[in-house]
Write a protein that binds this ligand. Structure first.
Ligand SMILES: Nc1ncnc2c1ncn2[C@@H]1O[C@H](COP(=O)(O)OP(=O)(O)OC[C@H]2O[C@@H]([n+]3cccc(C(=O)O)c3)[C@H](O)[C@@H]2O)[C@@H](O)[C@H]1O
Ligand SMILES: Nc1ncnc2c1ncn2[C@@H]1O[C@H](COP(=O)(O)OP(=O)(O)OP(=O)(O)O)[C@@H](O)[C@H]1O
Ligand SMILES: [Mg+2]
Length: 246
C-alpha cells in the first residue's frame, strides 16, 4: 500500500508541475472516496492543498463527517454553502418548465440531484482558479466502469487518481492513510436525496462490481446489471461526440 500511495502522490505532483500550477483541490463530502483524495493531495502538496465542503440541501451529519476527514489529514479547508443557490436556480428552471407545460415530475428528482453535482463542480473550478490549483476527482474503478457519476458534475475534473482502484482497494488505502473508521464503514452514498445509497440505486453491490473488474465469477443477474450500466454510460467516458469531418 505504501508503494501505491507513493506512486499516486508522485503522479499528482508531476501533473500539477506539468500544468505549471501550484497545488490541488477536492470536494470533501464526508464519504470515503473524497477522504482518500484529501489525504493524498495533502501528502502531495502540504501547503498547497484544499478541501472544499459544499453543503447543498445535504444533511448536517454529512458536514460533520466532512470535518472529521479534514481533521484526520489536517488539510486546509473552506465551506461554501450551495443550498440557496440551488434553490434559486432549480426553482427558476421548474417555474419556466411548468409555465410551458413541459415539467416532467419523474425526471425532476435526478435533474435536481445532478444540478447539485454540477454546482459543486462550478464552485470547485472557481476556487481552484483563485489559488492556481487543479481539481481532483474521486471516481474509483467501480464508479468509472458503471458510469455512476454525474456527467460534468463530480465527473467534471482535471485528475482522477483513484480510477484504477476497486472500492475494496479504496477502503484498504483509506485504512492505511488514517481515514476515520466511521467513514470507512458507512454505506457509500451520493447524498443526492434522503436515504440514497449507491448500491440500492445501482441494483448491485460494490463487492460484485469489484469481483467483476477482477475477472472473478459473479451471479448472472449482477453481471447483466454491470454490463448494462457500462454500456449506457459509454458517452461519459468519451469527449463530446463529434460528426465526421466533411
Ligand atoms: N448516448 C449518449 N450520448 C451522449 N450523451 C448522452 C447519451 N446518453 C445520455 N447522454 C447525456 O447524459 C445525460 C445523463 O447523464 P447524467 O447527467 O450524468 O445523469 P445520469 O447518468 O442519469 O445520472 C447520474 C447518476 O450518477 C449518480 N451519481 C451522481 C453524482 C454523484 C454520485 C456519487 O456516487 O456520489 C452518483 C446519480 O445518483 C445517478 O444515478 C443525459 O441527460 C444526456 O444529456
Ligand atoms: N457535500 C459535499 N461537499 C463537497 N464535495 C462533495 C459533497 N458531496 C459530494 N461531493 C463531491 O462529489 C464526489 C462524489 O461523491 P461520492 O459519493 O461518489 O464520493 P464520496 O462521498 O467521497 O464517497 P462514498 O462513495 O463513500 O459516498 C465526492 O467525492 C466529493 O468530491
Ligand atoms: Mg458520497
Amino acid at each position: 500500500m505504501e508503494e501505491k500511495v507513493t506512486k499516486l502522490v508522485k503522479w499528482l505532483q508531476e501533473k500539477v508541475k506539468e500544468a505549471g500550477l501550484n497545488g490541488a483541490i477536492v470536494g470533501v463530502s464526508g464519504g470515503i472516496d473524497s477522504a482518500v483524495v484529501a489525504h493524498l493531495i495533502k501528502r502531495a502538496f502540504p501547503d498547497n492543498s484544499l478541501g472544499l465542503i459544499m453543503p447543498c440541501k445535504s444533511s448536517e451529519k454529512d458536514a460533520e463527517a466532512a470535518l472529521e476527514v479534514i481533521d484526520s489529514c489536517a488539510i486546509n479547508y473552506m465551506v461554501v454553502d450551495l443550498t440557496q443557490t440551488h434553490e434559486i436556480m432549480f426553482s427558476a428552471i421548474e417555474n419556466e418548465l411548468k409555465e410551458k407545460g413541459t415539467w416532467n415530475e419523474e425526471a425532476a428528482r435526478l435533474g435536481d440531484a445532478n444540478t447539485r453535482a454540477r454546482l459543486r463542480m462550478t464552485t470547485l473550478y472557481a476556487v481552484a482558479n483563485n489559488f492556481g490549483y487543479l481539481v481532483v476527482g474521486t471516481d474509483n474503478a467501480a464508479e468509472w466502469h458503471t458510469g455512476y457519476f454525474t456527467k460534468f458534475g463530480d465527473g467534471g475534473v482535471d485528475l482522477v487518481p483513484l480510477v484504477h482502484l476497486t472500492k475494496g482497494e479504496v477502503r484498504e488505502m483509506a485504512k492505511y492513510l488514517g481515514v476515520p473508521n466511521s467513514i470507512i464503514t458507512k454505506p457509500p452514498s451520493a447524498g443526492l436525496w434522503e436515504g440514497q445509497t449507491d448500491e440500492n440505486e445501482m441494483g448491485t453491490t460494490y463487492t460484485m462490481i469489484d469481483k467483476y473488474l477482477k475477472g472473478e465469477e459473479i451471479p448472472v443477474e449482477d453481471k447483466e446489471i454491470i454490463e448494462r450500466l457500462h454500456k449506457r454510460s459509454e458517452h461519459k467516458r468519451q469527449l463530446a461526440y463529434a460528426p465526421p469531418k466533411f
